[in-house]
Design a protein around this ligand. Sequence first.
Ligand code: MN
Length: 246
Amino acid sequence: MRKTTENLLEEIRSKALEMNLSQQQVRIVELVFEHRTIAEIAGLLGITPDPYSYDALEPYIGRRTVELHYSRHHQSYVNGLNEAERQIDEARRTGDMSLIRYWSREIAFNGSGHVLHSIYWTNMTPGGPRTPGPLLTAELRRVFPSFDSFQRQFTAAAEQVEGSGWAILTFNPSWHRLDVLEAEKHEDLTQWGSVPILVVDVWEHAYYLDYQNRRWDYIEAWWHLVNWSDVERRLALAMMANVPLT
Ligand code: MN
């Protein structure tokens, strides 16, 4: 049996290589095969701000902020998601559903935290194009009178989130349009079906060391870091989705 499993894994690896998958993708395929939980796989997806080092976002966001934000805060959401998935697995096995409300909330909170942080890191780059791509420009034009008006609304949303949360540019594949949403914490005020394509973290941990309580200054600085190529890519992928309401 063990031999068979190893043979199959070997087959998967060589198929994956033929398909030009990265090492990380190959590892994910292997894990799926080994019946690991989704959270463990998500944990492996990597939370590293890989394209840049901790100090690459300076002077807009300081090295220490990125380091703490990534290695402690984001990591803790991944750990929390893994733990919640393990506990849910256990509940399914034993049939004891008495704590299911608690673990469901943990999955919503930590899972949303992991999703949004992953997008946040890739939404930023020290040296990307300074303007939105053609697809985003066209979609923005359908709903905003100008790029400035989009920026004003996004900035205001980020500035006004009550407590800890996010401003999020979304594309909804059910009715094919952009919207600006806020999230309190990571998951409250979500609109079902919306795909986040540009996000800014306005939890204090994202800016306190650099800007103390001056959230507006941080948001203004953050605009200098937006990776418009990544936003364009995310929009293109969201637009390919077809999710009917009925
Ligand atoms: Mn954060």
